[in-house]
Design a protein around this ligand. Sequence first.
Ligand SMILES: [Zn+2]
Length: 420
Amino acid sequence: MSVSATPGIDPVVVAPEARTDLVEYCRRRYTHCTVVSDERTWEVSGKVIAEALESAGVRVGTVLLSGDEVVADERFLTNGFVQASIDTDAFIAAGSGTITDITRFISHRMRRAFISAPTAASVDGYTSKGSPLVVRGVKKSIYSHAPEALFADSNVLRDAPHELTAAGFGDIIGKITSIADWRLGRLVWEEPYDEAIAERTLETVRQSVETRHGIGRGEEAGILTLMNALIESGLCMLDFGASRPASGAEHHISHFWEMQLLRYGKPGILHGAKVGVATVMVCRLYERVRSLDAAEVKRHLESTTPATFEEECSVIHSAYGALAGDVIEAHRPLLGLAGDVLDGIRERIVANWESIRTLADEVPSAETVRGYLRDAGAPTEPSEIGLSPELAQQGLLSGHFLRDRFTVAKLVRVLGLNPG
Ligand SMILES: [Zn+2]
């Protein structure tokens, strides 16, 4: 069991019967609460919370998002707003990542309290501030707010489908490359960086990796360790004020896949499952990076002609179709790198090559990371999550256009290496 208070989120409770604490928390503060859930999480958690609140004398509203697949997009957000009562004081997200993101956004825009009641150790976004939403088909992180309190019932987490827990492990494994990318971005693109937060984030990976066999066997202790790691990773984003610590090339690839599946009306894949698989691919890029010495890097830079703005826009058009305009707009600072900007990046790559190699050395091999994922019962290859080799490869080539961050996917492009 763990109960803690963090600035802004107080309390954070991960314990058996945490729902009792949730009800008591709400009873003391609010006269009307709205429970947000989907059909599955209503059955395993939302209903129990709603009934307990009513018994405690709190008026209760519900937002039930139904359908085969709930997506945090305009359609489900509108559906949520339509069901939300204007009289409510607080929204309780009784669900996993998507329900939480929808609730976070609705409660923020209605200026109501937001309480998180996670039903699975599946993502690290419970305690963060941004809402990852799909807007006009493009995955974006929209500013909203963190929950004021979090109550995760460990019995509910333990009984969640294993694929959700395995996805949570994949999301944590992604921090291996997101932190390496962050360190790279700091050296090459002068991105704001915080070493203490990077270390805290890596600690969540160490703890989860240590307990991966227990997670794979669905043991309560392993799942609680993972849940606490996911919460801590979210708090790192909150403390830094952006998702940078927790999201690098592996997340951009995952977002790219998600957008393509939506675009073609294909069933979605759990966020953390995609992130875990993408992390293995990004670890392979780091293997390439650390194999190069400074002389080879100079040779690559001298013999590479960078893509022009027009060439990159044409790549984006073929990868993103109708979504290209929004992607180009969001990615403008890093498109068609040329002149002083490119010279500056190249100079920093050469000047910092030993540091870049050192941070690449700290990234485990792709084979090691595959082993971690397998031990936790998580997918390791694109084919295991139903992705074609072409789509998997496209993620590696075009995912990095989604954010104006410098990652290892950018580095291999600047060096003129083939990422495949
Ligand atoms: Zn994630």
